[in-house]
Write a protein that binds this ligand. Structure first.
Ligand code: CAA
Length: 383
């Protein structure tokens, strides 16, 4: 077993760190306030080779693995969860099409996403189907060489700016087996934008309602066969959960950094507060939890890279890493005291951003459901 980063992982980490710390960091607080998303950031990350890391080189990806991918995602999240999520969500259509797409679909849609020239979106949820994703009601009706989609989708990350959207709709009867997945291009008549959610945080990442009114797409935009859509969505979410967990590690490390430097500089009762056991034990717990979470995330990524089953381990990584980020960022605010509750320091933003990671790509209750279903079937505890 080797815990050391490979030279490629170290290089990707440094590439991402150099760009986000120098170019993105000065923009983040202002953009969070004005709720501005800059597509040029994704283009730049693409030029650096960071938006298509796990995609084969034949489709303009880097042909690397998830262990490489999460190193870059973590660094981006340490500066902006919004842009890290943007990269991760742009990765979802790439994962879906590289696994389930036809050669024509792969050639048409993956390269621009992998290069960061196009932004991707994944639209599964609806008002009545969040955790119960298989209950969605948006319909896709086959008419000759086209499908006609009608319905309202919710919680679509960057749905307003995405050029390539994967939308799940019902072609068959009730439940997961009646769901299909489709590729929808920005600008297709019938693709309307509803409300943009007013959120607690992560404002650079827009969360959209999409209104589909007689949205007409070519039949060749169906991914796989009719009825495959739920499994396609679940497979993509298994991978997505690893990247969400990596975002959580990035935020948690950033929060720990601020807490450590503040506790070295801030003096009370004649000495730095880091020298008080109450503070140093908090820092110790934060560091230990982050390390444990990172190992779980790396294990899930490794399993995926090895082509082994990783669904349960991805759910464990997402659950533990995002709960850790919530705890660590909350404790970072506490270490800074009153200052931590102000916008003078980034820890209050980290805390708001950590919260959403416990919810997106399956709430942590759903992760427990996935893990619980899996472990209860095991006769021997083998992992
Ligand atoms: N991979 C492949 N297939 C899977 C699978 C997986 N991970 N999970 C389930 N399936 C298959 C099952 O094997 C089953 O197939 P068969 O019928 O052939 O046996 C079929 O899918 C139905 O599975 P379940 O009976 O387990 O389905 P369920 O209705 O009980 O739901 C669930 C399971 C895990 C709760 C699932 O609904 C779920 O993950 N819900 C959360 C949805 C979610 O994460 N939403 C967030 C979307 S992200 C977003 O919207 C924001 C954004 O912009 C990215």
């Amino acid at each position: 077993m080797n815990f050391e980063a490979t030279p490629i992982q170290a290089e990707l980490r440094m590439l991402a760190r150099k760009y986000v710390q120098k170019e993105l960091l000065p923009l983040v607080e202002g953009d969070e306030k004005s709720e501005t998303f800059r597509p040029e950031v994704i283009r730049k990350l693409g030029e650096l080779g960071l938006t298509g890391i796990p995609v084969p080189e034949a489709y303009d990806g880097a042909g690397l693995g998830y262990l490489d991918y999460i190193a870059a995602i973590e660094e981006i999240a340490a500066v902006s969860t919004g842009y890290a999520i943007s990269v991760a969500v742009t990765g979802l259509p790439q994962v879906i099409l590289s696994t389930f797409g036809t050669e024509a679909q792969k050639m048409k849609y993956i390269p621009s996403l992998a290069r960061g020239e196009a932004i991707g979106a994944f639209s599964l949820s609806e008002a009545g189907s969040g955790s119960d994703a298989g209950a969605l009601t948006t319909t896709a009706r086959k008419e000759g060489a086209f499908y006609i989609l009608n319905g309202t989708k919710l919680w679509t990350t960057q749905g307003d700016v995405a050029q390539t959207l994967i939308i799940m709709a019902r072609t068959g009867g009730p439940g997961p087996k009646g769901v299909s997945s489709f590729i929808v291009e920005k600008g297709t008549p019938g693709l309307g934008y509803g409300k943009r959610e007013k959120k607690m945080g992560m404002h650079t990442s827009h969360t959209m309602e999409l209104v589909l009114e007689n949205l007409k797409i070519p039949a060749e935009n169906l991914i796989g066969q009719e009825g495959d859509g739920f499994k396609i969505a679940m497979t993509a979410l298994d991978s997505g959960r690893i990247t969400i967990a990596a975002c959580a590690i990035g935020i948690a490390k950033a929060a720990l950094d601020v807490a450590c430097s503040h506790s070295r500089e801030r003096e009370q009762f004649g000495k730095p507060i880091a020298e008080f056991q109450g503070i140093s034990f908090m820092l110790a717990d934060m560091a230990t939890q982050i390390d444990a979470a990172q190992l779980l995330v790396q294990r899930a990524a490794w399993l995926k890279d090895e082509g082994k089953p990783f669904s349960t381990e991805a759910a464990m990584a997402k659950l533990f890493a995002t709960d850790t980020a919530m705890k660590v960022t909350t404790d970072a605010v506490q270490v800074l005291g009153g200052a931590g509750y102000t916008q003078e320091f980034p820890v209050e933003r980290y805390m708001r951003e950590a919260k959403v990671l416990q919810i997106v790509e399956g709430t942590n209750q759903i992760q427990r459901m996935v893990i619980g279903r899996s472990v209860s079937q095991q006769t021997l505890f083998t992992f």
